[in-house]
Write a protein that binds this ligand. Structure first.
Ligand code: URP
Ligand code: ZN
Ligand code: ZN
Length: 464
């Protein structure tokens, strides 16, 4: 099957230019001008007036994550389908090692959840709940199997929390096996004390979550794990960075030439602590780190512009408001942590970033696709429009407006954090390895068509 995407503007991290793109089978075969005359195609997609961009890559999702006595609601089928509607054609999800079990068991469980269900390609990172001789040895095997990243937590004591010694040992191991440590950096021990004090003082509503998780404690933990990585002589990647203090720690490290990398998420760019008020409604916005006061947002945008933040991912982790978030009625500490977002990322960033004049369209493509591909061992197979790359392509209309709503979104969750928000920009045609999976609002893909991506250890040379 040969598909010609004609008359569009190709937008990559490197630049934009008018070009036709010829897809042959699963790959991009040609990029150039007037290919219509040169190549017989089975189908021609007219991209006049639209961008032709590499499919979005969301390297931070949690399909079916067990949390707080329940499970994140999207499966690999519903979650990747929603991703595709939003122009994201690759996800990297976090497999979970349960306490006392092996990494292998956790990874196998995640393969079983995804295989035969995902509609677009997917990879895995591994959440490490125990660091011991056995799990450290297992890390080497996972790197060899294309799961080269390991998330550890300074948050969630008693659940995912690791102490500094455990984190340092895991970092040392990646120094030998080429893997990467991804850190959830908040001082969970101190936060739990403050949260208990907050409840004892009578604040049990969701706003207490935002008030108790001080931004300075994200800054402290971020600096601490960066310095641990420095001592272990390895790179480190900070996930879901939300606060100015944490960004300052990353900036300082990068100014020193250290290989410290970080992502932020749309919720920290577009939502704020104010959304956590309004009584129990605020539970819709409970995630960790929490939404911050609005004054953090300009700093995060600056971080994206100056490349102190390299990636925008979603931390997609949806729980229904009715039946899941309400487990925490009367005590915000019992609300499952996480927000839906995999479907909205590209449009929010286009609208608020590109249309809003904060980043260029090339930077938009970079932070949502190219940099994730580079940092997480998928480039140039994913993350760009070039000959030989996978034909994960989005024909994106920068002028079409739509209103985000739970009534129309495809994520399997009963609310939207962005309900009623109008955004400019939308994915008209979404192609995954040469097959059209979404066309003008209709799903044309297939459950099980998404394949596991065996990823290389991260390529840090360019960014360091
Ligand atoms: O609130 C969040 N972020 N939930 C998902 C788990 C995590 O820490 O990433
Ligand atoms: Zn986390
Ligand atoms: Zn997460």
């Amino acid at each position: 099957m040969r598909t010609l995407i004609a008359n569009g503007t190709v937008v990559t991290a490197e630049g934009s230019y008018p070009a036709d793109v010829l897809v042959d089978g699963e790959q991009i075969a040609h990029v150039g001008s007037d290919l219509a005359n040169a190549a017989a195609a089975d189908e021609t997609i007219d991209a006049t007036g639209r961008y032709v961009i590499p499919g979005g890559i969301d390297i931070h999702t949690h399909m079916e994550l067990p949390f707080g006595g329940t499970f994140a609601k999207d499966t690999f089928e519903t979650g990747t389908r929603a991703a595709a509607f939003g122009g994201t054609t690759t996800i990297v999800d976090f497999a979970v090692q349960s306490r006392g079990k092996s990494l292998r068991e956790g990874l196998d469980a995640w393969h079983a959840k995804a295989e035969g269900n995902a509609v677009v390609d997917y990879g895995f990172h591994m959440i490490m709940s125990d660091v011991n001789d056995d799990t450290l040895a297992e890390m080497d095997q996972l790197v060899a199997e294309g799961v080269p990243d390991f998330k550890l937590f300074t948050a969630y004591p008693g659940v995912f929390f690791s102490d500094d010694g455990a984190i340092f040992r895991a970092m040392q191991r990646t120094g030998k096996n080429g893997g990467l440590i991804m850190m959830h950096a908040e001082n969970g021990l101190a936060i739990d004390v403050i949260a208990a004090d907050t409840v004892a003082a009578g604040t049990t509503d969701p706003i207490g979550h935002g008030l108790a998780r001080y931004s300075v404690l994200e800054g402290e933990a971020t600096n601490r794990v960066i310095r641990l990585a420095q001592a272990a002589k390895v790179p480190v990647y900070i996930v879901h960075l939300s606060a100015r203090e944490a960004l300052d720690a990353v900036r300082l490290a990068r100014d020193e030439g250290l290989p410290a990398f970080a992502e932020t998420c749309p919720q920290y760019l577009f939502l704020s602590l104010d959304d956590m008020g309004h009584g129990f409604e605020g539970a819709k916005f409970i995630c960790s780190p929490p939404l911050r006061t609005i004054d953090h947002q300009p700093e995060l945008w600056k971080g994206l512009v100056k490349d102190d933040l390299q990636v925008v991912s979603t931390d997609h982790c949806p729980f229904d408001f009715h039946g899941q978030k309400d487990l925490g009625k009367g005590d915000f500490r019992k609300v499952p942590n996480g927000l839906p977002g995999v479907e909205d990322r590209m449009d929010l960033l286009h609208d608020g970033g590109v249309v809003g004049g904060k980043i260029t369209k090339e930077r938009w493509v970079e932070v949502t696709s190219t940099a994730p591909a580079r940092l997480f061992g998928m480039y140039p197979r994913k993350g760009t429009i070039s000959v030989g790359a996978d034909a994960d392509i989005v024909v994106y209309d920068p002028n079409r407006s739509h209103t985000i709503s739970a009534k129309t979104h495809h994520m399997n969750v009963d609310y939207s954090c962005y309900e009623g928000r109008s955004v400019r920009g939308g994915s008209d045609v979404v192609m995954s390895r040469g097959s059209v999976v979404v066309r003008n609002g209709e799903f044309t893909g297939r459950k099980g068509a998404g394949k596991f991506l065996k990823r290389a250890a991260a390529d840090f040379a360019r960014m360091a």
